[in-house]
Design a protein around this ligand. Structure first.
Ligand SMILES: Cc1ncc(COP(=O)(O)O)c(C=O)c1O
Length: 395
């Protein structure tokens, strides 16, 4: 192909690059706000909003002090020893006995997922991925030359159907991705023993993304498949400081896996981002080793907002909203409105200035649903829910 002197010939590996649909929703909501000056209610973002949701003061102070003390240079790639030890203790508490060498501190959970997929998936490998699921995982499987094999989750609680899971396994199956509590529907994944047995039988590694591990509402409980017997070295446990400690912008997460895998990922990390900034790691040490009452308060507040959101949505004609076990999302079924997920999302943003994400952004099994983030101030939440009520009543 003829090129101009300044054109760049992109790698064929980028041929699947498209802007994730969720970002497209965020950009649409922001553009509308900018261009029309109308106040948009942002339920489409996967982040906290408002003053109520700030990192605990001792975390902010530890970060500021670390900067003031000059912790602004390169540090060891896999993470500061004190932080790796604290994470090892956290994973051990979850039932996966862990040593420092089995921990890698990463630039958020997303970076841990990226690095795991790029160090495990080979050309032609198959990775079983929940549908609906978390699109960045698909992105990197494809980049690595792997094949995404969709495991349709079963409504209304979006559980894995074990027979269907078994039927997807071939000699090329290398990995299974779990998300618990699940994105986008907030349900805790059950049947961990059974899923572990299937993985052991077929020599499958589990990538277990547990970013909402501390945002699970009683009586639901968070459990990790990494704690099931025989799964410690067969799993890659990924978590983050983003959600538990409201540190989304700090960009720090972690993963726990076999020493062999962590050593390989450490080389990947050293050759890419080098290390997570020391002052960010020091904030994370303060978060994980300091008082945890802030985490409990955040979880209690989110549970209250979840209940309010679910109740309000279920009172609306055409909407059916199961109660999620955790996370800060609800994933209501909107089929009763007669619209598709995208039509309903477009209607809400265009006519009522409420941003939500169409469920299809997470896979075709998300059709008929929207994802709404309720980690917002009460007045914003109430106004947004009120606008959605008006929208469905005016259909
Ligand atoms: C399922 C899932 N995994 C990973 C991430 C990324 O988390 P982090 O901010 O730690 O990169 C997100 C972000 O919302 C997520 O929903």
């Amino acid at each position: 192909m003829a090129t101009t002197a300044s054109s760049v010939r992109l790698s064929s590996r980028t041929s699947h690059f498209v802007l994730p649909k969720q970002w497209a929703s965020m950009r649409k909501a922001e553009a509308l706000e900018r261009e029309t000056g109308k106040r948009v209610i942002h339920f489409e973002k996967g982040d906290f909003q408002g003053e109520e949701f700030r990192p605990a003061p001792h975390i902010m102070e530890a970060c500021a002090k670390a900067v003031a003390d000059g912790h602004v240079r390169y540090v060891p790639g896999p993470g500061l020893p004190e932080l790796r030890d604290a994470i090892a203790e956290e994973a051990t508490k979850r039932g996966r006995p862990t040593e420092r060498e089995e921990v890698l501190v990463t630039m958020g959970a997303k970076h841990a997922l990226t690095q795991s997929l790029l160090t495990i998936v080979d050309q032609g490998d198959e990775v079983i991925f929940p549908n609906p699921g978390y699109p960045p995982d698909e992105f990197w499987i494809t980049y690595a030359g792997g094949r995404v094999v969709y495991a349709p989750l079963v409504e209304p609680d979006f559980h894995f159907d074990l027979d269907s899971l078994r039927s997807l396994i071939t000699p090329q199956t290398k990995m299974l991705i779990l998300n618990s509590p699940q994105r986008p529907n907030g349900m805790v994944v059950g049947q961990l023993e059974e899923i572990a047995a299937i993985c052991a039988e077929h020599d499958i590694t589990v990538l277990t993304d547990e970013i909402f591990s501390h945002m699970v509402y009683a009586p639901a409980e968070h459990k990790t498949i990494a704690a099931v017997e025989g799964m410690a070295d067969r799993s890659v446990l990924v978590d983050t400081f983003s959600k538990t400690y409201i540190m989304t912008g700090f960009r720090i997460g972690w993963c726990v896996a076999s020493k062999e895998l962590i050593t390989t990922m450490d080389i990947f990390q050293q050759n890419s981002v080098t290390n997570v900034p020391a002052f960010v790691q020091m904030a994370a040490i303060a978060a994980i080793t300091g008082p945890q009452d802030h985490v409990e308060a955040t979880t209690a507040s989110l549970q209250r907002k979840r209940d309010k959101t679910v109740e309000a949505l279920n009172a609306m004609p055409g909407i059916d909203c199961p109660t999620p076990d955790g996370s800060f999302y609800v994933f209501p079924d909107i089929r009763g409105t007669g619209m598709t997920a995208q039509q309903f999302a477009d209607y809400l943003i265009e006519d009522y200035q409420v941003g939500v994400v169409a469920g299809t952004a997470f896979g075709d099994r998300g059709e008929g649903h929207i994802r709404l983030t309720y980690a917002a101030p009460d007045d914003v939440l109430e106004e947004g829910l009120d606008r959605i009520k008006q929208a469905v009543e005016n259909l």
